[in-house]
Write a protein of this length. Structure first.
Length: 134
């Protein structure tokens, strides 16, 4: 999980998220990445909650969440956020995905912020887990 809220600046580049608090034992996490301890099938789940301050001048915005294997795209999802008020907006993403991995493959979560200002990932909800299932 996240130990603190993280700010993601507006940019069109994909930024890895450093999940820096290990909750589950017997999994090899380093620098926010899941490192496969053996060749097998794994299932991953990640939830990101984020806070957006509205920008009425640019109401349509796209925020993408990625699941990466060895730094390469495995799957993603995105939302187009339409903000038409002045109150902060909270939303979340959840990905659940099964993968066949080789020993030492690295799985991580990343986000791309195409919004006109920073978004804030909320530490109390955001998490990333991986389990061997076969």
């Amino acid at each position: 999980s996240l130990s603190n809220n993280q700010i993601v600046d507006p940019d069109t580049t994909i930024k890895s998220i450093n999940f820096d608090t290990e909750i589950i034992e017997n999994c090899d996490y380093a620098n926010g990445e899941f490192n496969a301890p053996c060749t097998a099938k794994y299932v991953f789940t990640s939830t990101l909650q984020f806070k957006i301050e509205p920008n009425i001048e640019s109401p349509k915005n796209k925020i993408k969440m990625y699941l990466l294997v060895n730094g390469m795209y495995a799957t993603n999802l995105f939302k187009t956020i339409i903000l038409d008020n002045t109150e902060p907006y909270y939303d979340y993403y959840t990905i659940t995905y099964a993968l066949n991995l080789n020993h030492n493959d690295k799985v991580s979560i990343a986000i791309e912020n195409n919004y006109s200002q920073p978004i804030e990932l909320q530490e109390h909800v955001s998490n990333f887990t991986g389990y061997r299932i076969g």
